[in-house]
Design a protein around this ligand. Structure first.
Ligand SMILES: [Zn+2]
Length: 319
């Protein structure tokens, strides 16, 4: 991996993404890796050290990135193919990862990608844009906020970001692939501007980082009440498969467990306010709910950050 990629990712991580998170994950024990590897839900059509591509349905694939490696992709994503186009979801952490996904899309569908949709601006979802463009020169779709935040200080990608096709930030956008449509739904909560990509047949929601599975989420740029609201709305869609931004593919029960965690964090924050505790004190005391005791990846700093995010929203910002 080049120094350029490292420095770019480092820059984005400092303001926006998951650098600490990656450090925690790379220190995870072997048993956690084995647990992760055992959580395939669908047939695996490609497997690399950095992730596996699962075939969710005819023309629909989901990438589950392995968080324990210095991975080419780092975040999850997907491929959706129709008669008139091939959509890749996310541009991943590195050019190599994004190029690999473009090549997989071409191999699996017989056609190069026509669209790349960015769910939000974090560097592990956008850093590989140049690699994504290198296979079939797909149009890149993102909300104006995602484009602008990704563009901040990111000169090496600005030529691509300047030509992004803007997604409506208020109303859903349909991507018509001829024999099937995807609906890109603008949301917020993980960041100021997130989108989900939703299919009705089969019912699949690509959630971006609004949803994490088997891993405690990163609240670094979150608006927690909006996050909870967005996830509850996604749950009401009652989809068969939810593709999280990080972690193995989720079903409805897994999404319910995730909602348990979000609610648990809110409860902890409200209790902290009632008892005059800081986010650090409340984070140190925080326990995951019973239903998620098997979640293998968490860190007290993340608990503090999550509770601090709620405290800020509720008018008790931390110093
Ligand atoms: Zn993110």
């Amino acid at each position: 991996m080049s120094d350029l990629v490292y420095s770019r990712r480092d820059f984005l991580c400092r303001s926006a993404t998951c650098a600490a998170h990656l450090g925690i994950l790379s220190a995870s024990p072997l048993w956690a890796r084995q647990l992760w590897a055992a959580q395939e839900r669908f047939p695996v059509v490609a497997s690399e050290p950095w992730g596996r591509l699962e075939r969710v349905a005819e023309g629909v694939w989901a990438l589950v990135s392995t968080p324990f490696q210095d991975g080419a992709t780092l975040c999850n994503g997907g491929i959706v193919a129709g008669r008139n186009g091939v959509v890749v979801i996310e541009a991943f952490a590195t050019d190599a990862g994004a190029r690999w996904m473009g090549e997989q899309a071409t191999r699996l569908t017989g056609h190069a990608p026509t669209h790349v949709v960015l769910t939000h601006y974090h560097g592990d979802h956008t850093g590989g844009l140049r690699g994504a463009k290198s296979v079939g020169a797909p149009a890149v779709l993102a909300t104006p906020t995602t484009r602008d935040y990704a563009r901040e200080g990111n000169d090496p990608l600005n030529d691509i970001l300047n030509r992004v096709t803007p997604l409506d930030a208020i109303r859903p956008t349909e991507i018509d692939l001829g024999d099937r449509s995807l609906v890109v739904v603008p949301r917020q909560g993980h960041t100021a501007s997130d989108v989900t990509i939703e299919l009705s047949d089969p019912s699949v929601v690509f959630c971006g980082d609004l949803v994490w599975n088997e891993m405690f989420p990163n609240y670094v740029d979150a608006t927690p009440s909006r996050l909870t609201q967005a996830v509850r709305l996604m749950r009401l869609a009652d989809a068969e498969t939810y593709v999280p931004g990080h972690g193995p593919l989720a079903d409805r029960d897994a999404l319910d467990r995730y909602i348990d965690i979000l609610d648990h964090v809110e409860d902890a924050a409200r209790r902290a306010i009632a008892e005059g505790m800081t986010a650090a004190e409340a984070g140190a005391r925080f326990q995951l709910p019973e239903s998620t005791s098997e979640w293998v990846l968490f860190n007290p700093a993340y608990f503090e950050r999550a509770i601090g995010s709620w405290l800020a929203e509720l008018g008790h910002p931390q110093p």
